[in-house]
Write a protein that binds this ligand. Structure first.
Ligand SMILES: Cc1cc2nc3c(=O)[nH]c(=O)nc-3n(C[C@H](O)[C@H](O)[C@H](O)COP(=O)(O)OP(=O)(O)OC[C@H]3O[C@@H](n4cnc5c(N)ncnc54)[C@H](O)[C@@H]3O)c2cc1C
Length: 578
């Protein structure tokens, strides 16, 4: 079976799902689910994964995009969580995904004389030490002048000095697509736009699921010896099969502004009353976030309100000599942290970022909580629980997790290509900066894109309306990265929806033409994909004009009157059978 996530791969996966009995069926294609599929597949298990919408359509495309130990957990004295996350950061930076995960500098401005420098300095020293083998530079102390030289945009009266430290960042949605591709390369069957409706119960055990192929409406029964739910904010919404696992979605909003609007050579982290504010360098933009508020509405469509945006602007402007205005905003997005619920009424900023795994019924395991950075540990713990159930039934031991030694697609050969990037650029007829950008997105799989562009030189052209992307990236998203809708390409395989001031309205037409040729769309289908994408951005913009969450949610829902089934909330699953 081909390992590119092409339409043929999806069809072959669906055929397998209809005919085979899998060892493990993963429900949910976020970072946890794709990580679990990879973990199980690399143990030699027969694995399938279904995702209701698209890879990373939930929280896994809406994060702050940091691979970090979490300084605030250090402050909460949660050393084990910080150490675990820093170990994962090191693994990703050096072995598993050096093409996708990169060090990022942060400035911590000091605002109090005396106690604050030793307090912050000791914390960051501990952070550096816990990070183990050097994967990022060490923290360094800065005088007030040094801080302002690094960050002239900051108000001199808002700080007394600073400390610079390093963490790591990635493009969250891309990494999930790469995880899915890596799982496919280890023979997992994967399909997006397949929604689980019900769990199937046979003789007191979960034996698979009833699902729907949302592209055709066809029902699908998938047989599996063990089902794992990695459904993020959708988990345990009511009396579903999540058992006592309850997730309390907490909404986080980010905005993007042009890089030249803040004169700074570093990211910024400052404290807020409830949490922290990040200003993160993100290509030609700054990513500013985030918020942390309860979201009691449909988890399929969290949106930013004007209150969220005003809050972020106020917090960042507190630090800046030249304040940002709403007119500077290029994009905004909202996501839901799938936090494990404590008692009702607890403040979401205080809920644990740690994960839990439960087996509420024989043949079924559920994971909740956690964070992107520790996806590999979460996936390992989830499959360990499933593996114990499998080997308890047939006496066959399941090998231990080996994902700590399995590089993601594009990692092998990346370093050599990076070193040869000038030569690669010359022979491809592309600027070196473009090759560097592409290497950071595709790693050594850039070879495939170069072959595509060599055969179709027009695909080297920048996308009209989104000039930092090339036409080849749109085509490749369909042929190799599982994109089937225009939204998949503009929101997640590229980040045009959040990076371009018109939210991708112009690029949508050009991207749709390229996709139509690749996926065989006729005119009507192409027009409906464009219309659907326009509805999505209209919903975002309508919500962003509203003063609070309820009116923002209602405004978005009204705009999405024409939603297609794959955008509807996956229903709360129930258990079917005897
Ligand atoms: C604002 C914000 C900032 C964050 N920043 C960071 C950060 O910087 N670093 C960090 O480490 N972590 C961060 N996190 C946390 C991290 O993003 C999440 O913990 C992680 O992405 C959750 O992944 P997941 O796979 O568990 O859930 P999700 O990504 O939400 O995936 C769940 C998937 O299940 C699918 N699904 C649901 N029901 C069904 C069904 N019935 N059938 C089929 N599929 C179904 C959904 O469509 C969805 O794609 C942040 C989170 C947020 C919201």
């Amino acid at each position: 079976m081909t390992t590119a996530l092409s339409p043929q791969h999806r069809a072959a996966s669906l055929a397998r799902m209809a005919s085979e009995r899998f060892d493990i069926l993963v429900v949910g294609g976020g970072v946890t689910g794709t990580g679990a599929a990879l973990d199980a597949a690399t143990r030699g298990l027969n694995v399938a994964l279904v995702e209701a919408t698209d890879y990373a359509a939930g929280a896994s495309s809406k994060s702050s995009k940091l691979i970090h130990g979490g300084l605030r957990y250090l402050e909460m004295l949660d050393f084990a969580l910080v150490r675990e996350a820093l170990t994962e950061r090191g693994l990703l930076l050096t072995r598993l995904a050096p093409h996708l995960v990169k060090p990022v500098p942060f400035l911590w401005p000091l605002t109090h004389r005396g106690w604050e420098r030793p307090y912050v300095g000791t914390g960051l020293l501990l952070y550096d030490t816990m990070g183990g083998r050097r994967a990022v530079p060490r923290a360094r102390h800065l005088s007030k002048t040094g801080t302002l030289t690094l960050a002239p945009a900051l108000r001199p009266d808002a700080l007394v000095g600073g400390v610079q430290f390093y963490d790591a960042q990635e493009d969250d949605a891309r990494m999930v697509a790469v995880l899915a591709r890596t799982a496919a390369a280890h023979d997992a069957a994967l399909a997006t736009n397949v929604r689980m409706n019900e769990l199937v119960n046979s003789s007191g055990r979960i034996a698979g699921v009833m699902a729907t192929d949302l592209l055709t409406g066809a029902p699908l029964q998938i047989a599996a010896r063990h089902v794992v739910l990695a459904t993020g904010a959708w988990t345990g919404r009511s009396d579903g099969p999540g058992g006592d696992v309850r997730v309390r979605p907490s909404k986080g909003v980010h905005i993007l502004v042009p890089r030249d609007r803040i004169a700074m050579d570093t990211g910024l982290l400052t404290r807020t009353e409830k949490s922290v504010l990040f200003v993160i360098p993100w290509g030609e933009h700054w990513l500013i976030g985030d918020t942390d508020t309860e979201w009691p509405f449909d988890p399929s469509y969290p949106v930013a309100s004007r209150a969220d945006i005003d809050y972020l602007l106020a917090k960042v402007n507190h630090m800046l000599t030249e304040p940002l205005t709403a007119g500077d905003i290029e994009g905004a997005f909202a996501g839901l942290r799938p936090l494990v619920a404590a008692g009702a009424g607890a403040d979401t900023t205080k809920l644990s970022r740690e994960h839990i795994v439960r087996s509420p019924a024989p043949g079924l395991s559920v994971i909740a909580g956690g964070k992107y950075t520790t996806y590999r540990v979460m996936a390992r713990d989830l499959i360990d629980v499933a593996a114990r159930d499998l080997s308890g039934r047939d006496g066959q031991p399941v090998p231990a997790s080996r994902t700590h030694e399995v590089p993601l697609r594009g990692a092998d050969g990346y370093q050599q290509m990076w070193e040869a990037r000038e030569q690669v650029a010359r022979s491809a007829g592309l600027p070196v900066t473009q090759v560097e950008r592409l290497l950071g997105r595709y790693g050594s799989d850039l070879t495939d894109l170069l072959a595509l562009m060599a055969g179709r030189p027009a695909l080297k052209e920048p996308m009209p309306g989104a000039a930092s992307y090339l036409g080849a990236e749109i085509v490749y998203a369909c042929s190799h990265e599982g994109a089937v809708h225009l939204d998949d390409v503009l929101s997640r395989r590229t980040r045009i929806r959040i990076e371009v001031r018109d939210r991708g309205a112009e690029a949508a037409h050009h991207a749709a033409e390229l996709m139509a040729a690749e996926l065989g769309w006729d005119q009507a289908k192409t027009a409906s994909e464009i219309g659907r994408y326009q509805d999505l951005i209209a919903a975002d913009l309508a919500a962003e004009a509203m003063p609070d969450d309820l009116s923002a949610f209602e405004a978005a829902r009204d705009r999405l009157g024409r939603v297609t089934p794959s955008e509807q909330s996956p229903p709360i699953p129930s258990i079917q059978g005897d």
